[in-house]
Design a protein around this ligand. Sequence first.
Ligand SMILES: [Zn+2]
Ligand SMILES: [Zn+2]
Length: 123
Amino acid sequence: MDSFITLFTLFVALIVLVISSEWRKRIFEKKRNERKDYYRNKYLKSEEWQRKRHVVLKRDNWTCVSCGMPATEVHHKRYARINIGKEPIEWLISLCKKCHSEKHEKIETGNSISSYLKLIKGL
Ligand SMILES: [Zn+2]
Ligand SMILES: [Zn+2]
């Protein structure tokens, strides 16, 4: 009977662990989406961003750093997690429309592959 109780306790502990890690993941996702929304809807429309964008384009001579064509867009190599909008301009690069969408396609595929791998490892 004792071993049954031990096993049962372990089982419950395992379930609690799985649920709490799922929960944390969900909260993390939610926060990330909120940040994304903030970037898209607020920050990228702000005057502050327009100024920063101009500085980055000027630094790169209005040239796409990837192919050398005239740049029209600014890409975030990474995003500031806290202090949104306080990212150093080293994190930003000028790109043309084509290279920018290519870059995002690559990022999207990279993400889905890594999440797929995680899924396999999890099984
Ligand atoms: Zn380009
Ligand atoms: Zn981008």
